[in-house]
Write a protein that binds this ligand. Structure first.
Ligand SMILES: [Zn+2]
Ligand SMILES: [Zn+2]
Length: 172
């Protein structure tokens, strides 16, 4: 599980290590984002009220190439670091958080800290805006639509030259 009792953190720092399917770990993800069991590593330490969580998540996701539109598997390993603080009256609301370096502050309730949501966020942030199946993917031909990685362009003629269009409309 990705939960830890605050009491056990009072005594010593803890390391969470898990390897399991997202669903079994209580992490809801689209099927394309969990092609294999997730590997999670997280170091937890507590000082005063503040719990620091630092680690990484590794897994595999299905992406669509932005050039040839083919789906391909992509392995990722993404790092995260957050601070947790118990929610109590007078805690600042989310948008009033003081920037504390780059580390995000998350407020939680109760005696148990659950890092599942943080792991989920980390995976969602790992999805690239524009993925390529390989760096030199040639993509699809704009004319015939062939995948230029596997076959040659089948366009019958070069695209019409706009200069000829202008002549066609010319009235003698
Ligand atoms: Zn591609
Ligand atoms: Zn073509």
């Amino acid at each position: 599980m990705l939960k830890v009792e605050l009491r056990s953190l009072e005594k010593e720092d803890l390391v969470l290590e898990e390897k399991d399917w997202a669903q079994a770990l209580g992490i809801e993800l689209a099927p394309g984002l969990c092609l294999e069991p997730l590997e999670i590593y997280c170091e937890l330490s507590k000082s005063g009220d503040l719990v620091s969580a630092k680690g990484w998540v590794q897994g595999g996701m299905l992406l669509q190439c932005g050039r040839c539109l083919k789906e391909f598997e992509n392995r990722f390993k993404s790092f995260f670091e957050v601070h947790y603080r118990p929610q109590c009256e007078g805690s600042p609301s989310e948008d009033e958080n003081l920037p504390e370096g780059q580390v995000e502050m998350i407020y939680f309730e109760g005696d148990i800290l659950d890092i599942a949501d943080q792991v989920r966020q980390t995976i969602l942030l790992s999805v690239p805006m524009r993925a390529l199946c390989r760096d030199d993917c040639k993509g699809l031909c704009g004319g015939c639509g062939r995948d230029l990685n596997v076959e040659a362009c089948q366009c019958q003629e070069p695209p019409e030259d706009p200069r000829w269009e202008a002549l066609k409309n010319f009235k003698f």
